[in-house]
Design a binder for this molecule. Structure first.
Ligand SMILES: Nc1nc2c(c(=O)[nH]1)N[C@H]1C(S)=C(S)[C@@H](COP(=O)(O)O)O[C@H]1N2
Ligand SMILES: [Mo]
Length: 526
């Protein structure tokens, strides 16, 4: 009895305060989950919408702009390059603490808490509007979305968290934790997604603002006879958004051209580096070059042709002064990918270049913006390094490019190939006057002749489109009087040196597929 009397609170009081603590804790959790969900929605929407920056980063910018200079310098001195991540994490932490406080508050005073939530969002929007690139209406909409999501999550969670009966039953902890956890996880995912999108979005704008200089040595005009424009035939120049893409990058490296630079280094007398601006200011060439992947099967579509613009490798190597014995040129990407080929190729093939332009535009992000290598006559895996960071001169045996230890040949010259595009394999065409058409390539050697054979007939010489350059593929066609039934059509090309494409079938590994492309065509009676 005395013990009871000594206790300052009755068991009933104790129970109540425990319950109180329990719901306060759940209120705080609900607030944090609501903030996470709201921020996720906001960041994802901002990333998707475009002319709205991340609100978190906007607040960060506002903080940087408003802290006194000595504090900023102290932060940089203390944190170094971690200053920005630390700032962002601090903002997220402040948001979480604010959310927890609002969650506790909201148990009793929901409307004032919701209003405070909206005020915080408004502050974020206001910070975003400081950036002249921000569009006002979408920014407000993004902020409103955040408030909506946050307040809805908070409301839902509080209804789950606050006991409906006096004895504290009616709270399903499992459901509460599951809902809060899901909201938080979705928020984190949304935030991460928005982050990735926003980087691309910003970069897209920087890229769109780039003006490529007029090339000092432009490629010639394209005569109309160079593109046959036959329905179903691949165009002479494959549009950038249809150009095949091959790389090891899970997500496209986001390289800011304003801070990017590339180095020419290794076994050279005068190593140097170039900013994007400096690269644009050097004399440019243009070249029509067909790029092929070593993984392209016979008849496959991992091959494309584009008009590339950039600075000849030869110029850069002469400036750097290649040393005796530097027999390999390694292209190193910002993401660590490497590809190496003989230095003599870079010196002999005048069109080998550090490319900044593709079909009249700055390189698309997927194709290596801001700069990549293009080397006519070599498969991409040994030559065409995208998102270029450095050109390194080494001895041939000292360094292996990314794919070499993975079972691919060290040297990768492109094999002569001819592909049938029309008729498409597996389609049925009407009997009568028709056409067989395709493309053939042998970069650095050129295409001299293409032949076509139907069933067991003789090899017939196809008509070739006007040639542009030896590095560029050529379209071809053969008028065909199609008779009803099943047919087997084959093609082979002869390169500019008179060498006929082999019919020996080899797999893509280790050095590219060979053999004739053959399609089955069904011709129906009309
Ligand atoms: N940084 C980087 N560059 C790269 C690659 C890569 O994985 N990473 N793949 C190469 C390969 S194997 C090919 S075939 C070409 C394809 O270029 P594209 O995607 O522009 O068509 O890029 C080359 N450059
Ligand atoms: Mo490739």
């Amino acid at each position: 009895m005395s013990g009871m009397a000594a206790a300052s609170t009755s068991p009933a009081d104790q129970g109540r305060s425990e319950r109180e603590r329990g719901t306060a804790r759940r209120g705080a959790l609900a607030g944090v989950a609501a903030v996470a969900a709201a921020l996720g929605a906001v960041e994802l929407a901002a990333g998707l919408v475009g002319p709205v920056p991340s609100l978190v980063l906007a607040v960060g910018d506002a903080v940087i702009d408003s802290v006194p200079g000595w504090l900023e310098r102290a932060a940089i001195a203390l944190l170094g390059r971690a200053d920005k991540p630390v700032l962002v994490l601090s903002i997220l932490l402040v948001c979480a603490v604010l959310g927890a406080a609002l969650g506790v508050l909201a148990r009793r005073w929901f409307v004032p808490a919701a209003a405070a939530f909206a005020a915080v969002a408004a502050a974020g929007v206001a910070a975003a509007l400081q950036d002249p690139r921000t569009a006002a209406l979408p920014a407000v909409a993004v902020g409103a979305l955040g408030v909506l999501v946050g307040v809805a999550v908070l409301h839902r969670l509080l209804r789950m968290a606050v006991p409906r009966t006096a004895d504290g039953t009616g709270v399903d902890r499992r459901r509460f934790v599951a809902f809060a956890g899901t909201a938080t996880a979705l928020g984190v995912l949304g935030g991460a997604g928005g982050w990735l999108l926003a980087g691309r979005e910003q970069l897209g704008r920087l890229r769109a603002a780039v003006r490529l200089p007029a090339p000092a040595r432009p490629a010639g005009p394209v005569p109309p006879e160079a593109d046959l424009e036959i329905a179903g035939l691949t165009p002479l120049f494959v549009p950038n958004d249809r150009f095949f893409r091959i790389d090891t990058a899970l997500r496209v490296p986001v390289v800011d051209p304003e801070t990017w630079s590339m180095e020419v280094r290794g076994m050279v007398d005068r190593p140097f580096s170039l900013t994007y601006r400096e690269l644009l200011d050097l004399p440019h060439i243009e070249a029509d070059v067909t790029l092929s992947c070593v993984s392209n099967e016979v008849g496959g579509d991992l091959v494309g042709n584009a008009r590339w613009q950039g600075v000849p490798l030869r110029e850069l190597l002469e400036r750097a002064g290649v040393q005796e014995g530097a027999t390999q040129l390694i292209g190193r990407s910002v993401d660590g990918f490497t590809a190496g080929f003989p230095t003599v190729t870079a010196l002999d093939v005048g069109e080998a270049m550090v490319a900044v332009g593709m079909n009249g535009e700055p390189l698309p992000l997927e194709h290596g913006f801001p700069a990549r290598l293009v080397v006519p006559g070599l498969y991409g895996y040994v030559s065409a390094t995208k998102w270029l960071a450095a050109i390194e001169l080494t001895r041939w045996d000292d360094v292996e490019g990314y794919w070499i230890p993975r079972g691919w040949a060290k040297e990768g010259p492109v094999k002569t190939q001819s592909r049938i595009d029309v008729p498409r394999p597996g389609t049925t065409v009407p009997a009568g006057r028709g056409v067989i058409a395709g493309v053939a390539w042998a970069p650095t050697r050129g295409i001299e002749r293409v032949e076509v054979r139907v069933d067991d007939g003789p090899w017939q010489t196809a008509e070739l489109a006007a040639p542009l350059d030896v590095d560029c593929w050529r379209q071809w066609y053969l008028p065909w009087d199609a008779t009803p039934g099943e047919h087997v059509i084959s093609t082979r090309a002869t390169d500019g040196r008179g060498e006929v494409q082999t019919d020996e079938r080899t797999p893509v590994a280790p050095d590219g597929a060979s053999g004739h492309h053959t399609v089955q065509a069904r011709v129906r009676d009309v």
